[in-house]
Design a binder for this molecule. Sequence first.
Ligand code: NDP
Length: 461
Amino acid sequence: MDRFDYDLLVVGAGSAGVRAGRIAAGHGARVAVVEEDKVGGTCVIRGCVPKKLYVHSAHFAEAFEDAVGMGWTTESVRFDWPTLRDNVARDVDWLSGIYIRNLEKAGAELIASRATLEGHHRVRLSKDDRTVTARTILIATGGWPDVDRSIPGIEHAITSNEVFHLPELPRRMLIVGGGYVAAEFASVFNAFGVDVTLLHRGTEILRGFDGEIRKTVHAAMEKRGVTILTGDSLAAIEKSKKTRTAITRGDRRIDADVILVAIGRSPNTAGLGLEKAGVEADPRGAVLVDEFSRTNVDHIYAVGDVTNRLQLTPIAIREGQAFADTVFGGKPTSVDYADIPTALFSIPEAGTVGLTEEAAKALYPSLDIYRSTFKPLPNRVTGRDERMLVKLVVDAVTDRVLGCHMVGPNAAELAQMLAIPIKMGATKADFDAATALHPTLGEEVVTMAKPADRYRREAAE
Ligand code: NDP
């Protein structure tokens, strides 16, 4: 008999852990996946999926507005928050059930418990108060929203975990942060008719995105009604009967019914027993791993947000798959982190793949920047005063397209498709060789004849 209870024990049933568990079981491993919460992880339970459904709902606001110019009458249209919240919650439960069934179908055992590491091969399951052993342990506990506990009154704020369960739609909402979560929820609740203020400590929101994307999204969100305050941050929260008052370091007082803090996410490793198992983590608690997701301890691996490499679901899934193929499939596989498409589901949305202009300038001496801003066709009839931005960053020496950045309708879908030629190393000439499909938004990508800007490092220095 094997001296271990399992070949693989996965801690955490999110995107990374479920994929790893399923594939490892498919390779013949005896697998247990331990989860203390609902199965599905951040993406399914309190992230991408419910958020995207909210974004779909939010887009109805502009559809109703635009409908008038298109000949429709939309009187007495109103939004009901509990209907959306509860319908989405039902969908989340359904999806979580699919995750459970997929694990079962693959032959993995699902254990509902909190798990803590007790040693190199030992895991404590607190629900049944027992210890199990596994030849290999995979840490896939994901991330958790950051909260600055040093701020007086911070307990009166919520995070993205709670935003999906608000008992009622707030009238006024303050969102602290200027990243993905802040911009997306600011857009969503603004569309639902909430008076939204976004408070960001920096001078411009959306650090890491191409500079033009940042400015374009910022301006468009303001135009749609979100108040964006930059260069200021939260100092304290005071609570009266119904109102929360945010006091900022810049001496502002902002009244809100809900204060949502969205200042990033940290690896979920507190109380996990890393020290007991001798697993090294960085100062933020991220488990340190090599290119095959192996920690400093043989037979203990980590994948997904808990390693803080790139906090994106498709990356977590790829890391889970690569781990299972490496350790149980006899096929050492590492994840390629270059040219990953991402989208910001703000309204309007942004889609991006490859290098930003700023990143490309640091790496390449000569760039051609192609840019097109135009009014999407329906806007000419509906009167919506909003333009789409499409931008290509091209290496002027090799003609290779290094990056593509878009703001406007379907930017996310376009980014996904453009990830294919960009990953293949397509040149601007390859893009130009593709015939435009008219009338579409995407045709702009293949019809930009002349660079809008030329960057030459010598000339710039
Ligand atoms: P982000 O890292 O995107 O943004 C964090 C924001 O909070 C930044 O604007 C940052 O400012 C600010 N911030 C950080 N610390 C503080 C602080 N102590 N006080 C005030 N402001 C602070 O984090 P999110 O929480 O928005 O999202 C977490 C991750 O989840 C993202 O990185 C992303 O990978 C993922 N995600 C992806 C989505 C998608 O793909 N559509 C959607 C939602 C999340 P500064 O810029 O100055 O550092």
